[in-house]
Ligand binder design. Sequence first.
Ligand code: HEC
Length: 132
Amino acid sequence: MSYNKVLIIIILMGGFAFNVSAQDITKGKKIYETRCLVCHQADGGGVPNMNAPLDGASNVVGTDIARLVRIIKKGYSERVALDGFYYSNAMTANPDLKDADIANLLSYIRTSWSNKASTITAAQVKAAGSKK
Ligand code: HEC
């Protein structure tokens, strides 16, 4: 095969991989807009003292995926300090979301606004969900 053909194949494969993840993030954004935006806002900034920000939140871009999965599934009102601040509202549970939905949602919030963390797969959500 010529060098050019190899190059074209590599470019096509790269484009395919990009489209797959871009589509998942678009799906995650839709879920965010219907279920999360009302509290965490379009810019992920939250509402001071009331709803925690997701943009720039160390936990959101962190490595404890099991915690993030648990919060989304079961809701959250532990009232512990998050990056030094407390929030008074209670986050609602989302028990009906599938592993793939949660993966798309986490991929969206971890890569949006100023967040630049890794995307998350449904297999990672499944593995995390089986932990306590
Ligand atoms: C009714 C308002 C509300 C809705 C809707 C909501 N949240 Fe929350 N969320 C909160 C509040 C309030 C907290 C902080 C609770 C606390 O500190 O006890 C929080 C915390 C979080 C955290 C932890 C942040 C950190 O720094 O550890 C994540 C992640 C999160 N929410 C994601 C989501 C996602 C994703 C959705 C949509 C499926 C969502 N939330 C829907 C109010 C909401």
